[in-house]
Design a protein around this ligand. Structure first.
Ligand code: NAD
Length: 499
């Protein structure tokens, strides 16, 4: 154990100060690569702490909202730089992140840099948000001068899941801030410590109360945050059942919600697709980065029947190269699944598929040796070849390292199969023919379509992100991601009064 790996205790952060949760309550986090290894104690905020955090954000709101957008954007740009300024601290947080989450260093570092990039992007969009629409008299009927402004809403509650907590924060936190809202963040239970330390860097660079952080047990504090009458916007990323619950709770105060929920992304590999090792690597990472625990991961691969064997051979070879183990070991290319419940979801799906006669192969290796023998939640990447489409591994979100590969004969059939899902988060089309790609993309019921790529590495964060159907309501990122934190306000006078 390196001295970087001492047991950590993290705080909550309210009104400019880091402190223990009331009563000093914490909960423990263990390393998913060695589940007996205690990584640290995260503060377990109480309902009273949540109330204090919301009130601090409410009190800080008028001054923060009154700052010009330029000043808020400047703060965001300074924060973006500060997030990666101290190399030792970045290494420390990256290592802690791997130990509490499981993901390999390359991914923890990617998340950290992506958070900074998204602060820069939100700052750039801020100017557009600040511009009023001005209209003089026009047309027939009564004549008016009208200004349409966009105002921040107030306190925004931001709730993030454990799988990609920093990138996901980057899709909502800077957008809320640059628009002039103040914020209370509730990090996920299973990945709270590196995110909390990162959030503290940000919070300390803002006026007290503008950014508050309450880690804790969602069963204790989740409803208190979502249902708080001073919360004016809830932005939630997580599972469909919790998203539904949050929407119902928010309805009591008519609090607007943005919900980014689960996905079961289809990829369509057309008959003319360019296929080679580089492409198979892209597909592999699109499906298996973060051990498949990404909302926007490739989760159903549909291949034209004439190219099926090539794709099977190429992806099987890519999976065989996987080295599954502790993410701290440099040779590891895939860390453990984050928690035992999620591991069971995957192993149950594989067992069901096998039980019903599907051809399932678990590929790659979990090397021998003490470093790999901590009883970690390791699951080798699994491919399910041409399974029955009624299997849960096809119909449900696996959120783990397994991927069904299915066939289609025509473009129409591919679209029908991709859209035959309760989800509609992302999708992809693989073809060198741009016109054909866009034509098919327009028919997909999904909020995002990648062309010749899939997943976080293929994503342009300038575009709005969110789902159709059970994948959610509203959009994060892009300009729409800022608009979601603002309300329009129309100011009208008689013709000639304003313009
Ligand atoms: P989850 O729904 O269990 O938890 C998400 C967050 O909600 C956590 O912070 C959790 O503590 C909190 N929470 C739980 N109950 C709450 C309540 N009553 N009130 C307030 N907060 C509450 O999801 P998870 O297991 O952390 O994440 C995995 C799921 O998230 C997958 O379905 C995945 O697809 C989805 N996800 C979606 C996106 C997206 O952008 N669409 C991104 C990442 C993950």
């Amino acid at each position: 154990m390196s001295n970087m790996d001492q047991i950590v205790t993290t705080d909550i952060f309210i009104n400019g100060e880091a402190r223990a949760a009331s009563g000093g309550r914490t909960y423990d986090l263990y390393n998913p690569a060695r589940p007996k290894e205690l990584v640290g104690h995260a503060a377990a905020a109480s309902v009273e702490d949540v109330d204090e955090a919301v009130r601090a954000a409410h009190a800080a709101f008028p001054a923060w909202a009154a700052l010009g957008w330029e000043e808020r954007a400047d703060r965001l740009r300074e924060i973006a730089k500060a997030l990666t300024a101290d190399e030792d601290d970045v290494k420390y947080r990256s290592r802690l992140f791997t130990r509490e989450h499981g993901k390999i260093a390359r991914e923890t570092l990617l998340e950290m840099s992506r958070l900074g990039d998204r602060f820069m992007l939100a700052a750039a969009f801020g100017e557009r948000m600040s511009k009023d629409e001005v209209m003089g008299p026009a047309g027939a009927g009564p004549q008016f001068d009208t200004i349409i402004t966009r105002q921040p809403r107030g306190v925004a509650a931001l709730i993030v899941p454990w799988n990609w907590p920093l990138s996901i924060l980057g899709a909502k936190l800077p957008q809320a801030l640059v628009t002039g809202n103040t914020v209370v963040v509730k990090p996920a239970q299973n990945s709270a410590m590196a995110p909390v330390l990162t959030l503290q860097i940000i919070a300390k660079m803002l006026p007290p109360g503008v950014l508050n952080v309450v880690s804790g047990l969602s069963s204790e504090i989740g409803d208190a945050l979502v249902g708080h009458p001073l919360v004016r916007k809830v932005n939630f990323t997580g599972s469909v059942p919790v998203g539904r619950h949050i929407m119902k709770l928010a309805a009591d105060n008519l609090t607007p919600v943005t919900l980014e929920l689960g996905g079961n992304d289809a990829a369509l590999v057309l008959d003319d697709a360019e296929l080679n090792d580089e492409v198979f690597e892209k597909m592999y990472w699109g499906a298996f980065a973060s051990s498949g625990q990404i909302c926007m991961a490739l989760k159903r691969l549909y291949v034209h029947e004439s190219r099926y064997d090539e794709v099977v051979d190429g992806l099987t070879a890519a999976c065989e190269r996987a080295v599954v183990g502790d993410g701290l070991i440099p040779e590891t290319t895939m860390g453990p699944v984050n928690n035992v419940q999620q591991l069971k979801v995957v192993t149950d799906m594989l067992a069901e598929a096998r039980g019903k006669g599907a051809d399932v192969k678990e590929l790659g290796q979990v090397p021998d040796g003490d470093l790999y023998r901590g009883g970690g939640y390791f699951q080798k990447p699994a491919l399910i070849y041409n399974p029955d489409p009624s299997l849960s591994v096809v119909r449900e979100e696996q959120f783990g390292p397994c991927l069904p590969i299915l066939k289609f004969a025509t473009d129409d059939e591919a679209i029908a199969k991709a859209n035959d899902s309760e989800f509609g988060l992302c999708s992809s089309v693989w073809t060198p023919d741009a016109d054909r790609a866009v034509k098919l993309a327009r028919q997909l019921e999904a909020g995002y379509t990648y062309l010749n790529g899939h997943g976080p590495m293929a994503q342009d964060s300038r575009g709005p992100f969110g789902g159709f159907k059970n994948s959610g309501i509203g959009r994060n990122l892009g300009y729409e991601g800022l608009e979601a934190f603002a309300a329009s306000h129309t100011i009208t006078g008689p013709a000639g009064f304003l313009v």
